[in-house]
Design a binder for this molecule. Structure first.
Ligand code: NDP
Length: 319
């Protein structure tokens, strides 16, 4: 098999395309022939060592394909099943060993490419809008990086739930995409909290902030009293240490730093969220924007484009 391997943390040049022996599934695992792997910002954090992993490792938390072997004790999946996953390492490869518990059986007719494009970012948008802060009709919602992978899905889900969505983006082309996804208002980052106040008066009910360092202060300043700051990522860098008294001054605000794994903590929760998500994709209620397909060997280019803010929507690696 071929895979991308990281042997030392660093910039995109540490992503090496290599030949490896075929892996075998252990107990409770399945071996999958990968049809497509999703590229996500977390892959950048893993590569940089910001979220350290034992070295060497094959990056990639998301993918989809066909089961070609099952390990001992796997009873609910068989060879030939189409599966996707969103929270297991090793996706940047032609073959991946995945814990069967984390494999989501794909509905008939859903292409593995589409599954690899939507599972991780879609499950994230799902738990953020349904569980971290359950969006209600009439809520004001601020979505940063609204034309990004998670951002376009968050925008659509918040609209499906009846919210008014304000998005931030860095360019006119990104603004167009965010509007097409349903954003009611689209702002640039400069002084965005003032613009949010002008639009909403009291401030927003929730901020979904995956940008981190550069937006954090403005996000807090955009909230209404008792509003929820959902800091779910750090595309611009990590937020520095924080005095909780600022939540009091801001109006008894809530701050959470959630992560997907804790919101798909049981197989039941994973399959419940995935079933709803893939159902919306199949019905067309949710649009998936695949904007970049890169050969697996060109993972470096995919990372460079993502980090340089050149991308919108979803990037895939095709083995
Ligand atoms: P995106 O497609 O959203 O790409 C990142 C976007 O962030 C860029 O396109 C850019 O949009 C914006 N951005 C703002 N400042 C910077 C900067 N300094 N450098 C780079 N990008 C910047 O990526 P993903 O959808 O994969 O991920 C979005 C965020 O969500 C990430 O922080 C990721 O870690 C997080 N995440 C968290 C999860 C969780 O469970 N906690 C799960 C999944 C993702 P623009 O140019 O418009 O500003």
């Amino acid at each position: 098999m071929r895979a991308i391997v990281v042997s030392t943390p660093g910039d995109s040049s540490v992503l090496e395309y290599v030949e490896r022996p075929d892996p075998a599934p252990g107990p409770g695992e399945v071996l999958v022939q990968v049809a497509a792997s999703g590229v996500n910002f977390i892959d950048v954090y893993h590569r940089q060592g910001r979220y350290p992993l034992p070295l060497p490792f094959v990056p990639g938390s998301e993918g989809a394909g066909t089961v070609i072997a099952t390990g001992e004790g796997v009873t609910d999946l068989v060879v030939g099943d189409a599966v996707g996953w969103a929270n297991a390492l090793g996706g940047y490869a032609t073959r991946a060993v995945i814990p069967a518990d984390l494999a989501v059986p794909l509905p008939r007719g859903l292409s593995p490419e589409l599954a690899a494009a939507v599972l991780l970012q879609g499950l994230t948008a799902h738990y953020l809008t349904h569980s971290v802060y359950a969006v209600r009709p009439g809520d004001d919602v601020l979505v940063h990086a609204a034309a990004g992978g998670v951002g376009l899905l968050l925008t659509q889900m918040a609209k499906l739930l009846g919210a008014r969505v304000i998005g931030t983006v860095s360019s006119e082309a990104k603004e167009k995409l965010a509007r097409e996804a349903g954003a009611d208002e689209v702002l640039r980052y400069e002084n965005f909290s003032e613009a949010v106040r002008e639009i909403t008066g009291a401030g927003v009910h929730v901020v979904y902030d995956g940008v981190g360092a550069s937006t954090f202060d403005g996000s807090l300043a955009s909230l209404r009293p008792r509003g929820m700051m959902a800091l779910y990522g750090a595309a611009s860098g990590p937020v520095p240490p924080f005095d909780p008294q600022r939540l009091n001054v801001g109006g008894s605000l809530f701050l959470t730093r959630p992560t997907l794994g804790h919101y798909v903590a049981t197989r039941e929760e994973l399959l419940g969220r995935a079933g709803e998500l893939l159902g919306w994709v199949a019905s067309g209620a949710l649009k998936v924007h695949i904007t970049g397909r890169y050969p697996l060997a060109e993972a470096r280019r995919a990372h460079d484009d993502l980090e340089a803010r050149r991308t919108t929507g979803k990037l895939l690696l095709i083995p």
